[in-house]
Design a protein around this ligand. Structure first.
Ligand code: 5GP
Length: 205
């Protein structure tokens, strides 16, 4: 059976990963399975357990880690977020495609374990706009703004670890770019060759 394609959508905080991911799954021709993350943060209004996240306690999360059941996990603003391993393994083995939407720390961990995936970095259109937005908001002191901008630029440098960069200038445009990437991924030799090797083996049997 041909293995499914793993797509990892990631990028700096505040770039709009969640919005783009939701819009992508609304497309009629997207047949990906979404890997539902586990988190210790409280559900927001309207969020459903087992749909948006698996909401668990810190104890439960730490048990999962200890049992080796997380493909990756990270702590973000005081809460754990992680990807349950079993769903990914089973879904890919069944030949179905999986999409993960996770932060930059998590994506690096997944890449070490599953380098064959397609790693997409969602990026803001420009950094000057980010700084202006923070200044314009007028809620933070200049030194805080500078810290935030340098945190964002450090995250942008992480782009070097990815295969594709998608600018999130407009959600619908970002979605189309991701769909193009998915199409190209299916044509990569390392996905197609195993099938031909099998055919050759059958011919020669
Ligand atoms: P939020 O609390 O806004 O839903 O998510 C906060 C951040 O955690 C976002 O950047 C989101 O992409 C990231 N995130 C969500 N699920 C996971 C996960 O399973 N692993 C990691 N490493 N990050 C995640």
């Amino acid at each position: 059976m041909k293995r499914g394609v793993l797509i990892v959508l990631s990028g700096p905080s505040g770039v709009g990963k969640g919005t783009v991911r939701k819009a992508l799954f609304e497309e009629p021709d997207i047949d990906f399975q979404y890997s539902i993350s586990m988190t210790t943060r409280q559900p927001r209004n309207g969020e459903v357990n087992g749909e948006d996240y698996f909401f668990v306690t810190r104890d439960e999360f730490e048990t999962e880690i200890a049992n080796g059941d997380m493909l990756e996990y990270a702590e973000y603003v005081g809460n754990y977020y992680g990807t349950p391993k079993k769903f990914i393994d089973q879904t890919l083995a069944a030949g179905r495609d999986v999409l993960l939407e996770i932060d930059v720390q998590g994506a690096l961990q997944v890449k070490e374990k599953m380098p064959e995936g397609a790693y997409i970095f969602l990026t803001p259109p420009d950094l000057a706009a980010l700084k202006e937005r923070l200044i314009g908001r007028g809620t933070e002191a200049m030194d805080v703004i500078d810290r935030r901008v340098s945190a964002a630029t450090a995250e942008i440098r992480m782009m070097a670890n990815y295969d594709y960069a998608v600018v999130n200038d407009e959600v619908s445009l970002a979605v189309n770019r991701i769909k193009d990437i998915i199409k190209v991924e299916r044509l990569r030799v390392n996905r197609v060759l195993p099938e031909y090797i099998k055919m050759i083996e059958e011919l020669e049997a």
